[in-house]
Design a protein around this ligand. Structure first.
Ligand code: 48F
Length: 261
């Protein structure tokens, strides 16, 4: 008696293709698109999906988690300052005190739990997908993003001259980290000013990033290190509480915008 059910190869292929295409069709329109699956984007996604919003995360890499997989210098421990350890407590990730109000945790454990929490809440993910541009209508608000397969950008033009596709949404969250790649699309068109992040200063940066997490252009919110890049705040280095709180704040701002629309 075989262990597994018999299957035809064609059925396996159809299951993958039809399920994927169905998801693309369904998410051609959504409530919120989050660009970047680092810690700030994952927290924002989890909060929004939990609140019942149709939430899509787009990530150019195959893996999710961004810089949350490693604390810094290829050492896979993340640090958080109180009260940010409460996020990890809630996710069931052990973390140990490492000084006055400072905590340290295993990055793979923290990151995988955060990814799972976002997926459990109902977030859908397009990975290996790069946001190349934004959609803007006459009312001058951001109405969506334009995406392509990430590997395309590594191919020569003669092989890959390929148009991207647009996805519509009510609000976009730029969670692309230091790059602030969505905000940059507005900067390139003279529609937004961006200062570029300052030198490292942990104390100042974490507070400031959370405080400045906001809608920077109608329909565009910035979160995480994208906030530091847009507003010229100091970078924060290998500590993550600011990212988690910023993601939460971005979700609150996004909910208000979606509710009004
Ligand atoms: O860099 P990242 O982890 O952003 P974050 O949430 O957190 C920053 C910290 O990890 C750390 C730090 C503070 O502790 O300094 O760096 O602000 O994750 C950003 C994600 O966005 C993806 C990128 O691959 C990464 O996983 N990304 C960037 N540009 C694009 C993108 C794009 N154009 N399209 C899709 N994904």
């Amino acid at each position: 008696m075989p262990l597994f059910q018999p299957v035809k190869e064609s059925e396996v292929t159809r299951a993958i293709v039809s399920s994927f295409l169905h998801q693309v069709e369904e998410y051609a329109e959504s409530d919120v698109i989050i660009v970047g699956a680092g810690p700030s984007g994952l927290v924002a996604g989890r909060e929004l999906a939990r609140a019942g919003l149709k939430t899509l995360i787009i990530e150019r890499n195959n893996y999710l988690g961004g810089g949350f997989w490693s604390g810094g210098y290829f050492m896979n421990k993340v640090t958080l300052r109180a009260p940010a350890q409460e996020f990890l407590d809630e996710l069931g990730v052990p973390c140990s005190p490492a000084g006055q109000g400072l905590y340290v945790a295993d990055a793979p454990h923290a990151c995988s739990r955060l990814i799972a929490a976002a997926c459990d809440a109902g977030v859908k993910v397009f990975n290996l997908t790069i946001v190349e541009d934004i959609v803007i209508h006459q009312d001058n608000r951001i109405a969506g993003v334009v995406v392509n397969w990430s590997p395309i950008i590594h191919l020569p033009k003669e092989v890959s001259a390929l148009d991207p596709i647009p996805l519509e949404t009510k609000v976009v969250i730029d969670a692309t980290g230091h790059d602030a790649s969505v905000a940059k699309k507005l900067v390139q068109r003279g529609m937004l000013q961006m200062t570029g992040e300052g030198a490292l200063w942990i104390d100042k940066s974490e507070e400031a990033v959370v405080e400045r997490t906001s809608e920077v252009y109608p329909g565009l919110i910035v979160t995480g290190m994208a906030v530091a890049s847009v507003f010229g705040l100091p970078r924060m280095g290998p500590t993550f509480g600011g990212m988690l709180f910023s993601g939460k704040r971005a979700a609150e701002v996004a909910r208000k915008i979606v509710t009004k629309r």
